[in-house]
Design a protein around this ligand. Structure first.
Ligand SMILES: NC(=O)C1=CN([C@@H]2O[C@H](COP(=O)(O)OP(=O)(O)OC[C@H]3O[C@@H](n4cnc5c(N)ncnc54)[C@H](O)[C@@H]3O)[C@@H](O)[C@H]2O)C=CC1
Ligand SMILES: O=C(O)C(=O)COP(=O)(O)O
Length: 509
C-alpha cells in the first residue's frame, strides 16, 4: 500500500473552494465536499476515502480512523490537531498533516481586537446602543498606552501579537519554555519565569497548544498572584485558562474582563462565562477570515498534491521517517533499509528478538532512527496489513522485535548492516541504487541490485538448469551474482515452481 496513492478525498468541514479545485486539477483527485457531516454519517462514509480534510469541527476519533480502512491521510486545514487522535492515526499508518502558518496572522489580529475591546468594552457599549441607551458613564475605559501585556507562548501567534501590541506602546513580556530569551528579545519581548509574570501584567494572553502542562495554566493560584482587575484573553484552546477559576476571579473582581474565542466544550453548554457582563466571547473565529481560509485550504491541497506526485512531504506531524523517504539524499537509503529488512524476513523462518542495524560512514551518522523504521517495514511486510514508515517502529514493539541501531564513524565505507537470527546482511548504494554486498561470509564479486524479483540459493550457479527452468516458466534471467557462498539471480517475473532448482528462495522487492 503506497501512502502516495490518494485517489478519493472527503472534505468534512467548511473550507475555501480553492482546496477542492487544486486537488482536482493539479492532483487528479476525486473530491467530495460534505461540510457539516454528522459523526454517524462520517463513520458510514469514511471507508470509501483515501484522505480526509478537516478544520476543528470534525472529530477524527479512533472510531473514524479505524472505520477508514483505506485512509492514508488526515489533512488539517489549520494549526491545532487536537481534534485528531494522532496516536491512533500513527498506529494505523495514517499521515496527519496540518498548515500551521496559514492562519497565524488572523488569530493574532483577533487577539489584538479582543485586547482593544476589553480596554474599552466596545462590544458591550455597542450592545447597549442597540438597546436604545446612551450610557457614557458605564463604559469608562482605560488606555493600553504604558500598560503591560504578558504573552504565554511565544511561537508563531504570540510573536505576532507582541509586535502589534507594541504599536500601542504596551510593554510586552512573556514566557515560553522552548523559545530562547535572546530570540524573543529580537521582537521586543522580555522573558521572565512564570512566577514573575503574574504580578506585572495588566493583560495576559495565552498562545500555547493544549497540553497536560498547559491545561489550567491560568488557574486559581495564578489569578491570586495577578494584579487586581487583570484582563485575560484566550484565542488558543479552551482549558488553558481554567474556566471555573476564571468565573470565580470575575465574580470576586480579581479578574476585570476576559476575551474568549475558544472553550473546553464547543459550543459551550455551560453558559455562566458566556453570559457574564465582563466577558467578550466569540464562536472560535480566530481563523475565520477569507485570507486565512484561502491560505490554509490552498496549502493543505498543495501538500497533498506534492505527496501524490511523490515530490515532497510537507506539514506531516507524525511521520519523521517517511519525511526522509522524500529527500533525494536519504530516499535510496530508506529503500535499501526496507529491501534488507525484507530479505532478512525471507531468509529467517520466523522473526523475533533483536535486529541490529549498524551504519558506517559520516553521512549516515544520524540515520539510525529512520533506518530502523525502514528495516522494520521490510521485516514485517506481508505480516502486517498496514505497515509503513508512519507506524513501523510502533509495530516492531508490539510484535516483540527490538530493532536497535549503532553507528561507526570514520573514513571507511558508507554501508548498512542488518543482523538478526544469526544472519548478517551488508548493503550499500551504488550510483544511488540499493545493493547487497554480503550475506554472512558470502561476499559478492559485484554489488547485487536490490530491485525486482530475485532468487537466492546457497552454492554456485546451476546456470544451465536455471535458464531451462526459467524459460519453461516464461521468465528470463536478467543478472547473476555469485559469491564464495551464495548466488543471486535477478529474473524478469516470479516463478511458481522453484523445486527443480533445489533449495532456493524467491523474493520480490
Ligand atoms: N482561535 C483560533 O481559531 C486559532 C487557534 N490557534 C491555536 O493557537 C495556539 C498557538 O498556535 P501557534 O502560535 O501557531 O503555535 P506555536 O507552536 O507556534 O507556538 C506555541 C508556543 O507555545 C509554547 N509553549 C508550550 N508549552 C508552554 C507553556 N507551558 N508555557 C508557555 N509556552 C508554552 C511553545 O514552546 C511554542 O513556542 C495553538 O493552540 C493553536 O491551536 C491557532 C490558530 C487559530
Ligand atoms: O487552526 C487552529 O488551531 C484553529 O483553532 C482554527 O480552527 P478552525 O480551522 O477555524 O476550525
Amino acid at each position: 500500500m503506497s501512502l502516495s496513492d490518494i485517489r478519493r478525498v472527503l472534505i468534512s468541514d467548511s473550507l475555501a473552494p480553492a482546496c477542492a479545485q487544486i486537488l482536482r486539477t493539479q492532483g487528479g483527485i476525486e473530491v467530495t465536499e460534505s461540510p457539516g457531516l454528522t459523526h454517524q454519517q462520517l463513520l458510514s462514509q469514511i471507508q470509501d476515502y483515501d484522505g480526509l480534510i478537516v478544520r476543528s469541527a470534525t472529530k477524527v476519533t479512533a472510531e473514524v480512523l479505524t472505520a477508514g480502512s483505506r485512509l492514508k491521510l488526515v489533512g488539517r486545514a489549520g494549526t491545532g490537531v487536537d481534534n485528531v487522535d494522532v496516536e491512533c492515526a500513527t498506529k494505523n499508518g495514517i499521515i496527519v498533516m496540518n498548515t500551521p502558518t496559514g492562519n497565524s496572522i488572523s488569530a493574532a489580529e483577533l487577539t489584538c481586537g479582543l485586547v482593544l475591546s476589553l480596554s474599552r468594552q466596545i462590544p458591550q457599549a455597542a450592545e447597549s446602543m442597540r438597546a436604545g441607551k446612551w450610557d457614557r458613564k458605564k463604559f469608562m475605559g482605560s488606555e493600553l498606552y504604558g500598560k503591560t501585556i504578558g504573552i504565554l507562548g511565544l511561537g508563531r501567534i504570540g510573536k505576532e501579537v507582541a509586535i502589534r501590541m507594541q504599536s500601542f506602546q504596551m510593554r510586552t513580556i512573556g514566557y515560553d519554555p522552548i523559545i530562547p530569551a535572546e530570540v524573543t528579545a529580537q521582537f521586543g519581548v522580555q522573558q521572565f519565569p512564570l512566577e514573575e509574570i503574574w504580578e506585572q501584567c495588566d493583560y495576559i494572553t495565552v498562545h500555547t497548544p493544549l497540553l497536560p502542562s498547559t491545561t489550567g495554566l491560568i488557574n486559581d493560584a495564578a489569578f491570586s498572584k495577578c494584579k487586581q482587575g487583570v484582563k485575560v484573553i484566550n484565542c488558543a484552546r479552551g482549558g488553558i485558562i481554567d474556566e471555573a477559576a476564571l468565573l470565580r476571579a470575575l465574580q470576586s473582581g480579581q479578574c476585570g474582563g476576559a476575551g474568549l474565542d475558544v472553550f473546553i466544550e464547543e459550543p459551550p453548554r455551560e453558559r455562566a462565562l458566556v453570559e457574564h457582563p465582563l466577558v467578550i466571547s466569540l464562536p472560535h473565529l480566530g481563523a475565520s477570515t477569507e485570507e486565512a481560509q484561502n491560505r490554509c485550504g490552498e496549502e493543505i491541497a498543495q501538500q497533498i498534491v506534492d505527496l501524490v506526485k511523490d515530490r515532497a512531504l510537507v506539514g506531516a506531524v507524525n511521520a519523521p521517517a517517511l519525511f526522509k523517504a522524500f529527500s533525494p539524499e536519504t530516499k535510496p537509503w530508506i529503500q535499501l533499509g526496507e529491501a534488507m529488512g525484507n530479505l532478512l524476513q525471507t531468509l529467517l523462518p520466523s522473526i523475533n528478538g533483536n535486529v541490529q542495524v549498524t551504519t558506517s560512514g559520516e553521512i549516515l551518522k544520524d540515520a539510525g532512527s529512520f533506518l530502523c523504521s525502514a528495516v522494520t517495514v521490510g521485516l514485517l511486510r506481508g505480516n502486517k496489513e498496514k505497515i509503513n514508515l508512519v507506524n513501523g517502529s510502533l509495530f516492531a514493539k508490539s510484535t516483540g522485535i527490538q530493532v536497535s541501531s549503532q553507528h561507526f564513524s570514520g573514513a571507511g565505507e558508507i554501508r548498512l548492516e542488518v543482523s538478526g537470527g544469526g544472519i548478517q546482511l551488508v548493503g550499500s548504494l551504488s550510483d544511488s541504487i540499493p545493493c547487497l554486498l554480503k550475506i554472512g561470509t558470502s561476499e559478492f564479486r559485484s554489488p547485487v541490485t536490490l530491485h525486482g524479483t530475485l532468487i537466492l540459493w546457497e552454492g554456485s550457479a546451476p546456470l544451465l538448469k536455471l535458464t531451462e527452468v526459467l524459460s519453461e516458466a516464461g521468465s528470463q534471467l536478467e543478472m547473476l551474482h555469485v559469491s564464495n557462498g551464495h548466488s543471486v539471480a535477478g529474473i524478469s517475473s516470479p516463478v511458481s515452481d522453484l523445486s527443480l532448482l533445489g533449495p532456493c528462495i524467491q523474493i520480490t522487492l
